[in-house]
Design a protein around this ligand. Structure first.
Ligand SMILES: [Fe+2]
Ligand SMILES: [Fe+2]
Length: 268
C-alpha cells in the first residue's frame, strides 16, 4: 500500500439486533456514512445481539458485511453471551480472543512505518452483565505488546474506566485496576470499547480510552444519542470524532501520539 498522510479507524458498538429499540434506519444511515469515510479498519466492540440467539447474530453479520472495509475486528459483548450465544459468535465471527497486526506507511516529508498491533479480548461471562479480562490473559497481553515501536490497540466490550452519565457504577471489568496496570506498563496507545451506550473519551497516562455509543439502537441514557466513533491517525497525532448517524460529527478531540513511529528505511 502506498504511503498516505493518515489512516482511519471506525469504532462501532452495541448494534443489539433483535432488541425492540434496534433501529433499521439508524444502522443503514451509519453504515452508509462509514462507507463514505472509506475506513482502513473497523472495530465492532460487542453486543451484536439482544439475547445471543442465532438469528440475531445472522442479522448482525448481514449488517457488518455491508461495511465496505477488508479489515474488520468483531468481538462479543455481555448480551452475546446470553443463552450460550458465544457458540454462534465463534461460528460466524471467529475466535473470541485474537491478535491482529496491520502495517501502515504514513507520509509526512518522510515515510514512517506504523505497525498497528491489536489485541481483541472477550471480557464477557455467560449470563452475566459484568465482565473480566482475567489474570490468565495478562502475560499474553504483555508479550503481544512487548515491541516499544508498535502502535498498540486493546479492544474489549466492557469499560476500563467509569463513563459519566451511565448510572450506578457496574460497567467496568472486575479486574480493571490490574488490566490498566498491564496496559500502562506495556504503553498501550488506544483502548476501544462499548457497553453502556454513552460515547466518551478518556486519557489515562499515555493511553487514550475511547468508548463508543450504541450505533444502531435507541437504547440511550438521558440526553446521550446513538453514536459511533471515527479515529484519524497520522504519524504524530490522533483525532477522535463522535458521529451521530444522520447528524454528522458532534464532538472532536485531538491528541498527540505518545511516540512517533520509526522512519522507514528505504532501499536504494
Ligand atoms: Fe449494549
Ligand atoms: Fe454490553
Amino acid at each position: 500500500m502506498s504511503p498516505r498522510k493518515s489512516y482511519s479507524i471506525i469504532l462501532a458498538s452495541d448494534i443489539h439486533c433483535g432488541d425492540p429499540r434496534f433501529d433499521e434506519h439508524l444502522i443503514s444511515t451509519a453504515i452508509s456514512e462509514i462507507n463514505s469515510i472509506e475506513p482502513d479498519l473497523v472495530v465492532v466492540a460487542g453486543d451484536l445481539t439482544a439475547k445471543g440467539y442465532r438469528e440475531e447474530f445472522e442479522e448482525a453479520k448481514h449488517h457488518i458485511d455491508l461495511i465496505d472495509c477488508d479489515k474488520k475486528v468483531v468481538i462479543a459483548g455481555n448480551h452475546d453471551h446470553r443463552n450460550v450465544g458465544w457458540v454462534f459468535f465463534e461460528e460466524l465471527f471467529g475466535r473470541r480472543f485474537k491478535t491482529i497486526k496491520y502495517d501502515f506507511d504514513l507520509y509526512c516529508h518522510e515515510v514512517y512505518q506504523d505497525k498497528l498491533n491489536l489485541i481483541a479480548a472477550d471480557s464477557s461471562k455467560p449470563d452475566l452483565d459484568e465482565g473480566e479480562i482475567g489474570r490468565q490473559h495478562y502475560d499474553w497481553i504483555k508479550e503481544t505488546f512487548s515491541d516499544p515501536n508498535d502502535f498498540k490497540v486493546f479492544v474489549l466490550h466492557h469499560h476500563l474506566v467509569s463513563v459519566p452519565g451511565t448510572g450506578r457504577e457496574r460497567n467496568i471489568v472486575w479486574d480493571a485496576g490490574d488490566v490498566l496496570e498491564v496496559l500502562k506498563d506495556a504503553e498501550a496507545d488506544l483502548v476501544l470499547c462499548g457497553h453502556r451506550h454513552v460515547p466518551y473519551v478518556w486519557t489515562l497516562g499515555k493511553t487514550i480510552i475511547v468508548n463508543s455509543g450504541t450505533m444502531a439502537t435507541l437504547r440511550t441514557r438521558g440526553y446521550s444519542r446513538p453514536a459511533y466513533m471515527s479515529l484519524t491517525v497520522d504519524h504524530e497525532s490522533i483525532s477522535i470524532s463522535t458521529h451521530v448517524p444522520g447528524e454528522g460529527i458532534v464532538k472532536k478531540d485531538d491528541f498527540l501520539r505518545s511516540r512517533i513511529p520509526p522512519k522507514k528505511i528505504m532501499s536504494a
